[in-house]
Design a protein around this ligand. Structure first.
Ligand SMILES: [Zn+2]
Ligand SMILES: [Zn+2]
Length: 272
């Protein structure tokens, strides 16, 4: 029973780590779609440190480079270049390989310099994650604590690998890019599984675009907005139509017709 509880604690923490990743590392820092209240930013920084051991600066740089070179030479973790199973199994290796490149850091994350808190504490990610391990073993006992922290680490790594691997291999495409949408993966990654939508509009604060798609982080972001802990900086629902739809064909034609009409209207206004 205590091991079942340990696994559930690990799963819960992996979900919290995934939520922090999509809101803070991804939508706030990498794409600047949302701004957080300083108190919530501090919570996110410590959450990232203790649950993932990730350096936000490194994560952002690797991720922005991924957008710049999606599935072509230069992509830090493309299943089309490296192979699907290599990304699923060794995602961390490909991430570290890019994060260790000073040029990548300089080019893609120069807007995120280390502050004093990073330099004195948060840069040491191993310390943050070890602290979580120590707290869990003190609270739950040595072995259940280890089970909880191992569950956290393995599930978090697997979900991230699935976004980079499966999210560029399986699923449907609404837009013309190499990423794919997986509704089921989106449910357990707080929306990140809608990766084709994300590559179409990286700066959207919401990852679901059409009916039937669920981005579980979106209601959380709206709640934070209501509590005045978050500010949404970019458009959530408008703008999808400006991106070329891939399927189905009639929609593309309708959209093309709509855009042509809009263009005609605006040029008519200009000439009037
Ligand atoms: Zn991608
Ligand atoms: Zn992104």
């Amino acid at each position: 029973m205590k091991y079942l509880k340990a696994v559930l604690v690990g799963l819960g923490l992996a979900q919290l780590a995934t939520l922090i990743t999509t809101i803070y590392l991804h939508r706030v820092l990498s794409h600047k779609a949302i701004r957080l209240h300083p108190a919530l930013t501090m919570f996110m920084r410590f959450g990232t440190w203790m649950l993932t051991s990730i350096s936000p600066r490194e994560w952002v740089a690797v991720h922005r480079k991924h957008h710049n070179f999606s599935d072509v030479e230069g992509d830090p973790h493309s299943p089309h270049i490296e192979g699907y199973w290599k990304i699923m199994i060794a995602n961390v290796y490909y991430y570290r390989r890019e994060a260790n490149d000073d040029n990548t850091m300089e080019k893609y994350a120069s807007d995120l310099p280390f502050d004093r808190l990073d330099k004195t504490l948060l840069r040491n990610g191993t310390l943050g994650f070890s602290l979580t391990g120590v707290i869990l073993t003190l609270l739950m006992g040595f072995k259940p604590g280890l089970v909880a922290v191992s569950t956290l680490a393995s599930v978090y790594l697997l979900l991230n690998a699935a976004i980079n691997g499966a999210g560029h291999t399986f699923g449907y495409k609404s837009f013309e890019n190499d990423a794919t949408n997986l509704k089921l993966l989106a449910l357990i990654t707080f929306g990140e599984g809608l990766h084709n939508n994300h590559h179409a509009r990286p700066a959207s604060p919401k990852l679901s675009a059409f009916e039937g798609e669920i981005d579980p982080a979106w209601p959380v972001i709206r709640l934070l907005q209501k509590l005045r802990l978050a500010e949404i900086l970019t458009k959530a629902d408008e703008g999808w139509e400006n991106h070329r739809r891939r399927l189905p064909e009639p929609t593309v034609l309708r959209l093309a017709a709509g855009i042509a009409t809009a263009d005609a209207n605006s040029s008519m206004k200009k000439s009037a």
